[in-house]
Ligand binder design. Structure first.
Ligand SMILES: Nc1ncnc2c1ncn2[C@@H]1O[C@H](COP(=O)(O)OP(=O)(O)O)[C@@H](O)[C@H]1O
Ligand SMILES: [Mg+2]
Length: 509
């Protein structure tokens, strides 16, 4: 007998429907799977066989042909175990075909018949939005998918429970999305900006970076609090919108990073890949395409600590996602686009030993070593970083100060106001923050008065600045003015912005 089961496959962060046809005919017992399956799917025949037997059903001792359609999509992973098992049970008459027509099935099977979680539940639920189908999902994935309210989600835990349900012998209640699910995982950080003592200049620069969505690099001796500051950056960025939450959750969902029974992500991601990371792990790709760190950091922060320690080709690979806000992975029969809009934060020491700028410890590096170390960070990458700051060692006086600094919440309010001004300004343009302004937009929105113009000219001619930082100073000045709620950029804003270009001043070499 022939049966047809509905399922779905993720391609990038979208999902496509898949039909699984199972045909059982007389002949020597054998299972053939066709339709571009990968190894994990070919192995599913053994899992399915054990799971069916251990769930007290009969496994047909006949010739079984399984076809995954359409044939031009490469299917990966173990999520088709469950639909294949249901297909075999339907084709062998153990489940009535009329009872499965409205359902879409996904799940991996354990040998004892337990249903294991899968990747990509959210994009699959979204793809079924207008299909009037019901979705059978492993228990662990149900909450994540339930945000799509127009699709009924049935959480299941074992094959026998599911089959009894399909045969009308027991009940499984669909999981409905509740307001509590949304509020219980609201933006919630353990860290706070008030934990960082002193470092007022660095904190101010962080606030400006968050307000204008500017990328930032911190240079300073070990232990000065660079990592500490970076980790607290997400806490001063305004809360994610629903659309942002959904996009970020989709990426984490296809990467299998949503914890069991987890719901949608409301806290901005903070990713810190290690400096031994490969280019593929950073930007995404691979034989089975996967999102990289840049995409996992989508709508959040990507932090590269000890920047010069990263392999050069890895840093070069970052340039394109930084520029475009997405990564394209091309394969023979598919082109996948992973979004990657993140704030880029990096930290580095000023020299190999780290103490070049330290007032107390002596640096033993030779000028040659320092030059070599600094040159690892390429010009084109620095080109995409608007703010450079020096983070000096914390003074004992600041460290021992008991009064706590400003809380993240208060800074976040100011950042939000500045971001709202930008949203209004750019409503006709296709950008949403000052950092993204094109050459033409900078000319339009960053007009300077005579005093500011003279100041900038002096900086360019006398401080050894290169032409490439001209637009960056203007963009950062615009953000500083926005934080003050000022329409016009003044010389105060420009002179502050000039402070944030320390790497251009060649002071390190
Ligand atoms: N400004 C600061 N306020 C409070 N503690 C600090 C500060 N700077 C450094 N520390 C302490 O020193 C530790 C090391 O800081 P870290 O951020 O790792 O430095 P870096 O990344 O610059 O090497 C922190 O975990 C923290 O305990
Ligand atoms: Mg550090």
């Amino acid at each position: 007998m022939l049966s047809k089961i509905l399922s779905a496959a993720t391609i990038g962060i979208e999902a496509k429907p898949i039909e699984i046809e199972v045909d059982i005919t007389r002949g020597l017992p054998n299972v053939i799977i066709v339709g571009l399956p990968d190894t994990a799917i070919r192995e599913s025949r053994d899992r399915v066989k054990s799971a069916i037997k251990n769930s007290q059903f009969e496994y047909p001792a006949e010739k079984i042909t399984i076809n995954l359609a359409p044939c031009d999509i490469k299917k990966e992973g173990s999520c088709f175990d469950l639909p294949i098992a249901i297909g075999i049970l339907t084709a062998s008459g153990q489940i009535d075909f009329n009872n499965i027509k409205d359902f879409v099935f996904l799940g991996e099977l354990a040998l004892n018949g337990r249903i294991r979680p899968i990747k990509g539940a959210l994009p699959i639920a979204i793809s079924l939005k207008n299909s009037h189908k019901k979705l059978i999902l492993p228990e662990e994935n149900a909450r994540e998918a339930s945000i799509v309210e127009s699709v009924q989600i049935y959480p299941v835990n074992t094959l026998s429970n599911l089959c009894n349900f399909l045969n009308g012998l027991n009940k499984i209640e669909p999981l409905f999305f509740t307001k509590e699910m949304f509020t219980e995982n609201r933006q919630n950080y353990d860290l706070d900006f008030s934990d960082v003592k002193g470092q007022f200049l660095a904190k101010r620069a962080m606030e400006i970076a968050a307000a204008g969505n500017h990328n930032i690099i911190m240079i300073g001796p070990p232990g000065s609090g660079k990592t500490m500051l970076a980790k607290r950056l997400p806490t001063i960025i305004p809360e994610m919108t629903i659309e942002e939450s959904l996009e970020t959750t989709k990426i984490h969902s296809v990467s299998g990073l949503i914890p069991a029974k987890g719901s949608i992500i409301r806290t901005r991601p903070f990713r810190t890949p290690h400096h031994t990371a490969s280019d593929v792990s950073l930007v995404g790709g691979g034989t089975i395409p996967k999102p990289g760190e840049v995409s996992l950091a989508h709508n959040g922060v990507l932090f590269l600590d000890e920047l010069p320690e990263f392999h050069r080709n890895v840093l070069e690979a970052l340039r394109q996602p930084l520029e475009d806000g997405y990564v394209i992975v091309s394969r023979i029969n598919s082109i996948i686009k992973y979004p990657s809009q993140f704030m880029f934060v990096c930290a580095m020491n000023p020299c190999p030993c780290g103490y070049l700028t330290d007032a107390k410890k002596e640096c033993h590096c030779t000028p040659n070593q320092i030059q070599k170390y600094m040159s690892k960070v390429s010009g084109p990458l620095l080109d995409r970083i608007d703010i450079h700051i020096e983070v000096p060692s914390v003074k004992y006086k600041d460290l021992s100060d008991e009064t706590s600094g400003e809380k993240s919440e208060i800074i976040r309010e100011r950042v939000k106001i500045a971001r709202d001004i930008q949203l209004k300004r750019f409503k006709e343009d296709r950008v949403f923050s000052n950092a993204q302004m094109s050459y033409r937009m900078v000319r339009k929105y960053c007009k300077l008065d005579q005093v500011s113009m003279d100041l900038l000219k002096m900086a360019l001619t006398e401080l050894g600045f290169t032409a490439r930082c001209y637009d960056k100073i203007l963009r950062v000045s615009r953000t500083i003015a926005d934080l003050e709620g000022k329409e016009n950029i003044t010389s105060d804003h420009v002179s502050e912005a000039i402070q944030y270009r320390s790497l251009d001043r060649n002071m390190w070499m």
